[in-house]
Design a protein around this ligand. Structure first.
Ligand SMILES: NC(=O)c1ccc[n+]([C@@H]2O[C@H](COP(=O)([O-])OP(=O)(O)OC[C@H]3O[C@@H](n4cnc5c(N)ncnc54)[C@H](O)[C@@H]3O)[C@@H](O)[C@H]2O)c1
Ligand SMILES: O=C(O)[C@H](O)COP(=O)(O)O
Length: 387
């Protein structure tokens, strides 16, 4: 029976896909075959020898030690696009909350409690301090046109904004989804120079860390409004504070607040609610569960961060999967292990992604233990499973 350890609370929409009798899940599982996790950090967590996969029910994988997992032959999945609509909707709300000063205005309105019949009069007198611009006709820069960025760009365009998108690694699939009418920004500077509102939807990487910093903010229009529903580390908090003080930035909406920003005027700190909708939680959990079920039952890899997508219909009595380094001569050594054992290979598929590669071999003979041992002895082979 496959053992799935839940690291965060995972929606039943995902967990109920693990068929009883085939899978067991819970937060106290010992010797797990797989982890299913949301935002909990796994960087300090011991990865047991039994662990074959980690499914991140969500998009960002900066909470997972991906390089270490690759070295140990652990397949890391995420759930592309499964929570994108949730984040898009929060971003649209954030544009309006920020632009129309809604939160400060609501907080002020509450201070009128106790003024009795004067409240309507006080409201009318005081409202002028919260006047803020409409978003229609204003320029929005979207940095990162992936699952979320494309939805944000299209939705803002539909609300009448003039949208500029920047993504030097734009996928063909994402490109198909971008509305006509979204401007292509060839560099970040185009976004910085042109846009009244700038939102960032990229993964946290060494390249993207600190994108909103003193230098980039200085290149932006005075009074720009910044939105970061992606990761706190994409901005430098001290630089944001300075820019809010000087008026260079009018407001900063962040879904990953840190202590330094919480009480700063102009900061709208949201407690990481981007994907906290029943729909996103269900979608992510279901996709993550399906990825684990496919890997554990058939060896198929779909939506992995560190391994290629590999799938092959299972039509032979036995299957072996081999995780190995992407170096010369691996495939011939792998097939030689079968040849030496006198076992015919029915089907084989091998794919690579960066330094890692994955082979699925279907064989007519079920007695594969000796072959598996021979495969494990090949230099460069990291993990062998007989399914
Ligand atoms: N607040 C939340 O709850 C929440 C929810 C989902 C995702 N996120 C964050 O948002 C990020 C994006 O999510 P997604 O689902 O759109 O991911 P995605 O992988 O579909 O899109 C990311 C896009 O960023 C682009 N990109 C990468 N490096 C870039 C760079 N240097 N400059 C410009 N573009 C770059 C990629 O080409 C890709 O198109 C996630 O990595 C995660 O950190 C937050
Ligand atoms: O990267 C993500 O998908 C989001 O940050 C969502 O995180 P959560 O699953 O903890 O809500």
């Amino acid at each position: 029976m496959y053992q799935i350890k839940t690291i965060n609370k995972i929606s039943p929409s995902g967990l109920t896909r693990f068929a009883p009798g085939e899978f067991q899940y819970g937060d106290e599982i010992e010797n797990p075959d797989a982890f299913i996790v949301r935002s909990a950090s796994l960087h300090e967590v011991e990865l047991p020898a039994s662990l074959k996969a980690i499914a991140r029910a969500g998009a960002g994988v900066n909470n997972i030690p991906v390089d270490k997992c690759s070295e140990e032959g652990i397949v890391v999945f995420n759930t592309p696009g499964a929570n994108a609509n949730g984040v898009k909707e929060l971003l649209i709300a954030a544009l309006i909350l920020s632009s129309r000063n809604v939160l400060d205005a609501v907080a002020w309105a509450k201070t009128l409690k106790g003024q009795g019949a004067d409240v309507p009069k006080l409201v009318e007198k005081g409202k002028k301090q919260f006047v803020g611009p409409e978003i229609a006709g204003k320029k929005l820069g979207v940095i990162g046109l992936g699952a979320i960025g494309v939805k944000v760009a299209n939705a803002a365009h539909a609300l009448g904004m003039e949208v500029y998108g920047y993504d030097p690694y734009l996928s063909v699939e994402a490109a198909w989804g971008i509305s006509q009418g979204i401007h292509h920004a060839a560099s970040l500077n185009v976004i910085y120079e042109q846009c009244d509102y700038i939102t960032i939807h990229v993964p946290l990487t060494p390249e993207t860390r600190g994108t909103f910093n003193a230098e980039s903010i200085a290149a932006m229009k005075k009074g720009v409004r910044l939105f970061n529903l992606a990761r706190g580390e994409l901005a430098v908090p001290a630089d944001i504070v300075e820019a809010l003080k000087s008026g260079q930035v009018a407001s900063y909406v962040v879904d990953f607040p840190c202590d330094e920003l919480l009480d700063v005027p102009g900061v709208i700190p949201i407690p990481h609610l981007g994907a906290s909708t029943p729909e996103s939680e269900d979608n992510c959990a279901a996709m993550a569960a399906d990825e684990l079920i496919a890997l554990l039952k058939t060896g198929a890899i779909r939506n992995s961060i560190n391994f290629p997508n590999v799938d092959m219909p299972l039509s032979s009595p036995a299957r072996v999967t081999v995780i190995h380094k992407n170096v010369p001569n691996m495939l011939s050594q792998i097939t030689a292990c079968f040849a030496n054992a006198g076992i015919n290979i029915d089907n084989i598929i091998d794919k690579s992604k960066k330094e890692m590669a994955y082979t699925i071999i279907d064989a007519a003979d079920k007695k594969l233990d000796a072959v598996a041992d021979a495969l494990r002895a090949v230099d460069g082979v990291i993990r062998v499973r007989v399914i």
